[in-house]
Ligand binder design. Structure first.
Ligand code: ATP
Ligand code: MG
Length: 407
């Protein structure tokens, strides 16, 4: 079943409150097999709400409206929708009694709060004041839910979800995400293009970010078993096409994947960070149980700290410059010695926006990786603002280290 969302609230349009209800409803309705085909945000104004609901019904014959059901003057959703549907508001004694029984100071609640459009079904709200409403109108289904996120969630789960699931039938909309890194989006697209017909009826979305490109496969309105089987097959095909650039699925974090490989091999990690300033240490220690594998790291930002803390010689710094493969590797060696680790990573670069030269431009980051029996270095120019260069550098450092220890 298709449905449109109308999200009411001037604060959402002003950008002070991010639309959390739209996001939550989108995810939750998909699980119920309901396709949200459009989401419209409107201010708390009668005509704006009416226009949005009228258009949604004309297109889709089912609309869910969030917000503006409360007792204050800026809450106009109920009268707006009642007028649009030509259903006069009627005072409902049972709704009123219910409110009076639950609120501490009923005198502060206007009686209009219990006025219900003719023929609407009341969805009792045990978590707040304003009840939800379910209206089977001539032009389609109209569901009104309060805007307070916790109330919307409870009403959705307890009352609306079972009804919608019954309407949508025994189908689900389900996604799985394959996470890749260190491949440009264009290359990911090129490698996966030949799979398009084989992946059908799943859709494939590319979600690029500073840490890599996530690929989201979605099964739309399939029986649950069919959806899961198609997704599993799709994930395997994507993994085969993208090889070592796939580091995980769904919420997997590259740092966690790396730590589990190090743990399985009985290896310990040390870090020496310059331009990432502790970002790598933070990524690693964000993973529960990292203490079994991670011995420690140093942030050695100034040249003299690279010498004092991880023993990079001042001759090397003078000869190659702080941003060089040689210094990055010397940092890794120094960290490995200091912490007694078998595996180490040194990172030094020009995060910008200033400090670049023709030879060493902004975004240049040098890496040194040390694993048992092997050392590697690399120099990469990352695009983006300072924080993106740092994030991309941390991710690349982890990615190459995973490749080195996973073989
Ligand atoms: P109430 O009975 O509390 O007045 P209501 O149905 O009238 O409920 P609103 O007045 O629209 O809901 O919003 C109440 C609170 O919930 C506000 O703080 C508002 O910012 C928040 N809220 C409403 N809609 C959303 C949304 N889409 N995303 C996040 N917060 C929201
Ligand atoms: Mg309100």
């Amino acid at each position: 079943m298709d449905l449109e969302l109308v999200v009411v609230g001037a604060e959402l349009l002003l950008g002070f409150t991010p639309d959390r209800n739209g996001a939550h409803l989108g995810r939750r309705l998909a699980e119920l097999g309901v396709t949200v085909i459009r989401r419209t945000t409107v201010p708390d104004r009668v005509e704006a709400i009416q226009d949005a609901v009228r258009e949604a019904l004309a297109r889709t014959r089912a609309v869910l409206v969030s917000g503006g059901l409360g007792p204050t003057d800026d809450d106009v959703t109920r009268p707006a929708v009642a007028a649009l549907l030509g259903r006069p508001l009627r005072f409902d004694q049972r709704v009123w009694d219910d409110i009076v029984a639950r609120v501490p100071q009923p005198a502060t609640i206007p009686r209009s709060q219990a006025e219900i459009p003719e023929g609407a079904e009341v969805l009792p709200n045990r978590w707040g004041i304003a009840p939800g409403l379910w209206i089977e109108a001539a032009d389609g289904l109209v569901i009104l839910l309060p805007g307070v996120p916790s109330e919307l969630d409870e009403l959705l789960e307890h009352t609306v979800a079972p009804r919608l699931r019954a309407r949508a039938g025994p189908v689900v909309i389900r996604s799985r995400v394959v996470r890749t890194t260190s491949l440009p989006e264009s290359v990911v697209a090129e490698r996966t293009r030949p799979l398009a017909s084989e992946l059908a009826p799943l859709t494939l979305a590319f979600l690029p970010g500073p840490l890599g490109v996530d690929l989201r496969l979605t099964a739309w309105r399939l029986p649950e078993f069919e959806a899961d089987a198609a997704l599993q097959h799709g994930v395997e095909r994507l993994r085969a096409a993208l090889g070592e650039h796939v580091y995980g699925e769904d919420e997997d974090d590259l740092a966690a994947v790396l730590l589990s490989v190090l743990r399985a091999r009985g290896l310990h990690l040390a870090l020496a960070e310059s331009c990432t300033g502790g970002l790598l240490g933070a990524r690693v220690t964000a993973i529960p149980g990292s203490s079994e594998v991670f011995l420690g790291g140093v942030v050695c930002y100034a040249d003299r700290s690279k010498t004092a803390l991880v023993g990079v010689s001042s001759d090397l710094l003078a000869a190659r410059g702080a941003v060089s493969r040689e210094v990055a590797l010397a940092m890794a060696r120094g960290a490995a010695d200091r912490f007694g680790a078998e595996v180490a990573l040194g990172v030094t670069g020009v995060a910008g926006p200033t400090g670049g030269t023709a030879e060493k431009p902004v975004g240049l980051v040098c890496f040194g990786w040390l694993v048992p029996g092997r050392a590697e270095t690399d120099a990469v120019v990352f695009p983006g603002a300072r924080h993106e260069v740092r994030e991309r550098a941390a991710q690349y450092g982890l990615f190459r280290l995973l490749r080195l220890v996973a073989v």
